[in-house]
Design a protein around this ligand. Structure first.
Ligand code: 13P
Length: 335
């Protein structure tokens, strides 16, 4: 495919992903993380259980009204439904764009072992070509930033290596015809307050966009997946209005208007919190970007519980999932 043809395909994929009232379902838990989720409802971490949960979500009646894309783990990209249909076809038949997580997880950063460095750049181009051939049209790479103000974290080196990794990944994806979701997640673990999250996220996003510019990533065909500005899980609480105001303030100060969409991660917020915050951010309005969701836990938690591995509960679990997806769709529309 020529460069121009690839560029217009990237633009079409972005357009589809940011359709008004729609957001992304993150169903790309690694096998280990999927195991933790299944274990929480008493299920063993078998390939069949992982497939069954994902099939239930992807085939829920009306899912395509609220979900524009699904981020898959490599196993799911090549997996078939209980009826033998490839799961990517189940999505594509509903007009939902299949995406793929292309990072391969984190390791301790050399020189600052409490910080994490995301791996997966080796052979990334070959893997992207394989994923494109299997039907993926967008990708995700998650960089992780830890806040511990007393210990001076994040370190400048930690932020810089996270941002440089995201930029290198994004450039490779665009060359391979995959829209890169750039996800620098400032973790909410710890006792820090909302102000620390704001200051660190501001710094991280500033450095990320500097690195994207250095790597000549085309901003018009990326999506940003940031954390919202929230206090640490053991920090002093903040009101939903304060979260929304701080989140929009940081994004306005750091994210160029050329970026078409901001699709938040939920990062351990409850389902209701994640929806409420998205609604309030959109009600503040005036954003140059489409602002929506790319939630994992905040779309799946209740559905997983309702299902709990029993096929007899599948329809009820699908209804719960659709309820969450619709509520977030309304929030994306500032309703
Ligand atoms: P959460 O919404 O559960 O944070 O997951 C989104 C995601 O894709 C994290 O990488």
């Amino acid at each position: 495919m020529s460069c121009t043809a690839k560029g217009s395909e990237l633009a079409r994929t972005v357009e589809a992903l940011i359709s008004p009232g729609k957001g992304i379902l993150a169903a790309d838990e690694s096998t280990g993380t999927a195991g933790k989720r299944l274990e929480s409802v008493g299920l063993p971490n078998t390939e069949d259980n992982r497939r069954a949960l994902r099939e239930l979500l992807f085939t829920a009646d009306g899912v395509e009204k609220f979900i524009s894309g699904v981020i898959l783990y490599e196993e799911t990209l090549f997996q078939a439904s209980s009826k033998g249909t490839p799961l990517t076809k189940e999505l594509a038949d509903r007009g939902i764009v299949p995406g793929i997580k292309v990072d391969i997880g984190t390791v301790a950063l050399v020189g600052s072992p409490r910080e994490l460095y995301t791996q997966g750049l080796d052979n990334l181009r070959q893997r992207c070509d394989k994923y494109y051939a299997a039907g993926a049209r967008f990708a995700k790479w998650r960089a992780v930033i830890t806040i511990d103000t007393a210990a001076g974290l994040p370190s400048p080196a930690g932020v810089r290596s996270a941002a440089a990794g995201l930029a290198a990944y994004a450039k490779v994806c665009q060359e391979a015809g995959l829209v890169p979701i750039v996800e620098p997640e400032v973790l909410a673990d710890g006792p820090h307050g909302i102000d620390d999250c704001e200051a660190v996220t501001h710094e991280v996003l500033s450095v990320v966009f500097r690195e994207l510019a250095i790597a000549k990533v085309q901003l018009e065909t990326i999506l940003l997946k940031p954390n919202m500005i929230v206090p640490g899980s053991k920090g002093p609480a903040a009101t939903p209005d304060a979260v929304a105001a701080a989140t929009l303030r940081v994004l306005r100060r750091t994210v160029p208007p050329a970026v078409p969409g901001i699709m938040f991660l939920s990062g351990g917020q409850s389902e209701e919190e994640a929806t409420k915050h998205l609604e309030l951010i959109n009600k503040l309005g005036g954003s140059p970007w489409y602002v929506s969701f790319s939630y994992g836990r905040a779309l799946q938690a209740s559905a997983l519980k309702a299902w709990s591995g029993d096929a007899a509960n599948a329809a009820a679990a699908q209804a719960v999932f659709i309820q969450r997806a619709e509520a977030n769709s309304q929030a994306a529309l500032a309703k």
